[in-house]
Design a protein around this ligand. Structure first.
Ligand code: ADP
Length: 319
């Protein structure tokens, strides 16, 4: 094992740069060469590959996004696309690849491993929707961005005695909505993993109004549906005007939090350790603050589970 490739793929997440830095520096520390692949699997197919030095990852630990850029690449889902990728890796003499991304990207890494090219996956997505790790890189930063936004909205909600529906990201997962809703004392939290009872949402709103609450906040995960439609539904049911905010891509950017920088540094370094141990087709993760690794194949077959105790708690605290 002499040369390691590294790429970021799928949706960007704050902390990806800290992970790139960790992989690069850890490799160099152990005397390995590192090659950065631009634009994810698209760049891999095209041979958009450059050697990384210690300085290539200087001054990036605090920056959001990814210096290696990211892309979505349909061609890589095909055998021919994957074969082209392997040809490029062989051309550059690269022995193994670290893939930083979400579950889509891990499917690609699994395919490469099955074709005989060793890969390790580092989970990075704001959605926190990957099994086998308590947290993915980027989740904590996105969560803090959401909380900051809701705090601001809350000021207006209180001043104008309004009800706000706030749509947050998460794709099919409810973690961002659940954690931000709990952290911000939302009246109701709507997540795809739990069929919300509309009557219960309405009851909570009405109860709050009766006891003179100045505002109500409903956090809705995008996986549940459209915030605008949900606002209309409330208006229809009890003639209550709501304001809807779709936070959108603001949630993906920004300087990573300390938690994400530390997580990315630990996971990135662990990925290199696994390669040095001769492991392949594994994903690194954090479980109860311990670094662990699982087979990517197993991880892809499992579903990330939301913490339903936290959901219950949020309901108990928002009476
Ligand atoms: P994420 O990694 O954030 O979940 P995507 O689902 O968009 O993002 O996946 C990123 C890229 O990973 C895709 O554009 C594609 O190149 C690759 N990919 C996704 N699914 C597969 C698959 N089944 N086989 C091979 N490559 C895949």
């Amino acid at each position: 094992m002499n040369k390691i490739g590294i790429l970021t793929s799928g949706g960007d997440a704050p902390g990806m740069n800290a992970a790139i830095r960790a992989v690069t520096r850890k490799c160099i520390y152990h005397g390995l060469e590192v090659y950065g692949i631009n634009n994810g699997y698209q760049g891999l197919i095209e041979g958009n590959i450059k050697k990384m030095e210690l300085g290539s990852v200087g001054d990036i630990i605090h920056r959001g996004g990814t210096i290696l850029f990211s892309a979505r690449c349909e061609e890589f889902k095909t055998d021919a696309g994957q074969q082209k990728g392997i040809e490029q890796l062989e051309k550059f003499g690269i022995d193994a690849l670290v893939v930083i991304g979400g579950d889509g990207s891990f499917h690609g890494a699994q395919k490469l491993t099955e074709k005989g090219f060793p890969c390790i996956g580092v989970p990075a997505t704001i959605d926190n929707d990957i099994a086998g790790t308590n947290f993915t890189i980027g989740f904590d930063t996105a969560l803090n961005t959401i909380i900051e936004a809701i705090d601001k909205i809350r000021d207006t909600a209180t001043s104008h005695e309004r009800t706000y529906v706030i749509e947050v990201m998460g794709r099919d997962a409810g973690d961002l909505a659940l954690w931000s809703g709990l952290a911000d004392g939302a009246e109701s939290i709507l997540i795809p993993e739990k069929q919300a009872d509309f009557d219960d949402v309405i009851e909570r709103l009405e109860k709050g109004m009766k006891r003179g609450k100045k505002h109500s906040i409903i956090v809705l995960a995008e996986g549940v549906g459209s915030g605008i439609e949900y606002g209309d539904k409330i208006k229809e049911a009890i003639n209550l005007e709501t304001r809807v905010t779709v936070l959108g891509h603001i949630q993906r950017g920004g300087s990573p939090t300390a938690a994400d920088r530390v997580l990315a540094s630990r996971l990135g370094a662990k990925a290199v350790d696994l390669l040095l141990e001769g492991k392949e087709g594994r994903m690194v993760g954090l479980y109860n603050n311990e670094l662990i690794d699982f087979s990517i194949e197993e991880i892809l077959a499992e579903k990330h589970v939301v913490n339903m105790d936290m959901y219950k708690l949020s309901q108990e605290l928002s009476i």
